[in-house]
Design a protein around this ligand. Structure first.
Ligand SMILES: C[S@@+](CC[C@H](N)C(=O)[O-])C[C@H]1O[C@@H](n2cnc3c(N)ncnc32)[C@H](O)[C@@H]1O
Length: 222
């Protein structure tokens, strides 16, 4: 199959000038938007699954169709893998294909903005969270929609564990790395990422269109 996905286009070529101020403001003030009831119920179902298995937790945040969650389950056979996405349409695709769900995997439809806060409220400390190809929101005025510019960013760092971000937009990964430096005082590099196997549909699409991919890794527990 031939792939031709478009590169991210943006007038922003480096870190957003308001990044540091935005991140510091969000880290200093708790995010008070009320949590929606359906997200709370979704979290409770996942929390029960997690408690029953009593294993390290790996989050696949914004898992789309959930294909990546199955990939991660094969990489972390001893962990509980939680795939979270707000799109019921995307999440329904795997079961429509009759894919078997490994017993260490749960998929949940929820808004991450609430899920992350509920996880912090519940005192979770995860083994690893993956943020694979988040929506880039490339327009400069959309900085606050990128996860590191969003008021939720402090919760991403607060649930601890290792964290791996991948994107086809270098600026996104550099900003995320800088936001992590501001939050943790640790400076870690952005790497060019060359996948051996494709963990997600977006990864496959970008790599097969010869797009450069970038990754960032940190450990919030260290
Ligand atoms: C660009 S897609 C990447 C999907 C998948 N990670 C992949 O690489 O194939 C971004 C995904 O994030 C999900 N998403 C965006 N904002 C979200 C939110 N607030 N809560 C949950 N999922 C969200 C979207 O529904 C979408 O499936």
């Amino acid at each position: 199959m031939k792939y031709s996905s478009r590169q991210v286009e943006s007038t922003q070529v480096g870190l957003h000038p308001a990044l540091e101020e935005t991140v510091r403001k969000h880290l200093a003030h708790p995010f008070r938007k009320p949590i929606l009831e359906h997200n709370r119920r979704a979290f409770e179902v996942v929390a029960e699954f997690v408690a029953r298995r009593n294993a390290p937790v790996v989050l696949d945040t914004g898992c789309g169709t959930g294909e990546s969650t199955l990939f991660l389950a094969s990489r972390h056979p001893d962990a509980t893998i939680v795939g979270i996405d707000k799109s019921a349409h995307r999440l329904s695709k795997l079961s429509a294909q009759g894919q078997r769900q490994p017993e260490n995997v749960v998929h949940v439809r929820a808004d991450l903005v609430d899920f992350w806060r509920l996880a912090v409220e519940a005192g979770w400390n995860v083994h690893k969270q993956y943020i694979l190809y988040p929506n880039p929101w490339p327009r400069p005025e959309h900085l606050m929609r990128r996860w590191h510019g969003h008021p939720i960013f402090g919760c991403i760092t607060a649930i601890g564990g290792q964290c791996e971000l991948r994107s086809n937009w270098r600026v996104y990964v550099e900003e995320f790395a800088e936001a992590c430096r501001i939050a943790t005082a640790k400076q870690l590099p952005v790497e060019v990422f060359r996948p051996q196997d494709y963990a997600t549909p977006f990864e496959r699409k970008y790599a097969m269109s010869s797009q450069q991919l970038y990754s960032y890794y940190t450990d919030f527990n260290q």
